[in-house]
Design a protein around this ligand. Structure first.
Ligand SMILES: [Zn+2]
Length: 322
């Protein structure tokens, strides 16, 4: 293959001395065709020896590319004996910069397993590229600016285990994620927060966790805030459901009415705005014939309004009415 094809321009300072294509791979052998430079920028005065390295490059026309490249160890007047600097390949890397960039572009779009199959690069290598990428793209945490936090737990491994996420309530930046949901599980976050814990004014969380105790132990000025979503969910589970079951049981003789109320669970728990026209009329009908369900449902709706008050005074008044 002649040296001056457009392909040669991919590997600055090197020329193609051999190329070979099979069904699944393009192999290209490269040798230096220009003076070697040290990483300090100095031109090499003397080539110490050469070595061959096998490198993966980005695909060409859908086929993976493997490079066999001859690199030089040089003597630099400043740095001593070193491997020459190559603009498109990092020292000791087995992947070209171009391939690393390509993988970085795919990482937000595809699972690592898929990228591995596509590029022929090992899963662990891609995982490491992803870690480096995330370190670059995720902003540093402004620990001294944190004032309000939100904490929540979520199930992983199909619900058998839990993890906790902690975020900045103002910017929604995720600050910390850890396995488990106990006090000791979340303690490392507060150890990292350190002296800035004093600045924390409020922490929003679910009602049925041990988070509040751990927050109080570290953040002397923080108030615990139970968030709307969790309180409304708890009201639905522990109040609305209880009343609904009681009402259904009182209708033992009237099997049809009993089944009708028993089946209303989701209609009663869901936000009215999220119901379609049929479900809304079903809800209205149930509420109009059953006084207790009507009252419980109304209280649930009013409970949500507490989170939308303009002032503390208004919230206290509304709470008293409730
Ligand atoms: Zn040097």
């Amino acid at each position: 293959m002649p040296n001056n094809t457009f392909l040669s321009s991919f590997w600055k300072g090197f020329q193609i001395v051999k190329s070979h294509k099979t069904d699944s791979l393009i192999s290209i052998t490269l040798k230096p065709d220009s003076p070697a430079f040290c990483s300090c920028g100095r031109l090499s005065e003397f080539t110490h020896d050469t070595q061959w390295r096998t490198i993966k490059d980005a695909m060409i026309l859908g086929a993976p590319v493997e490079l066999l490249i001859q690199t030089r160890r040089i003597t630099c007047s400043l740095c001593g004996t070193k491997t020459e600097a190559i603009s498109w390949l990092k020292p000791y890397s087995r992947l070209t910069n171009r391939l690393i960039e390509y993988i970085e572009q795919l990482l937000p779009l595809l699972p690592i397993k898929h990228i591995s199959e596509l590029t022929g690069v090992h899963w662990h290598t891609i995982k490491n590229i992803d870690k480096q990428r995330l370190k670059r793209v995720i902003p540093d945490i402004p620990w001294d600016k944190l004032r309000q936090l939100v904490m929540d737990e979520f199930a992983i491994f199909k619900g058998h285990r839990y993890a906790t996420v902690i975020a900045d309530a103002q910017t929604h930046q995720v600050l910390w994620i850890g396995l488990g949901r106990s006090r000791t599980d979340i303690r490392p976050f507060f150890e990292e927060l350190g002296e800035h814990a004093e600045n924390i004014e409020a922490v929003a969380m679910d009602m049925n966790t041990a988070f509040d105790l751990e927050v109080k132990a570290h953040c002397p000025n923080a108030r615990i805030v139970y968030d709307l979503f969790h309180v409304v969910a708890k009201y639905g589970r522990e109040v609305m459901d209880r009343v609904r079951v009681d009402q259904a049981n009182q209708l033992k003789e009237d099997k049809k009415a009993r089944r009708w109320i028993k089946r209303s669970r989701w209609i009663l728990l869901k936000n009215r705005d999220n119901l379609d026209a049929n479900q809304q009329s079903y809800l209205d009908e149930i509420l109009s014939v059953n006084h207790d369900l009507m009252v419980t449902h109304l209280l649930g709706e009013q409970l949500k309004e507490l989170w939308y008050c303009d002032s503390e005074t208004q919230a206290i008044e509304l709470w008293d009415v409730w």
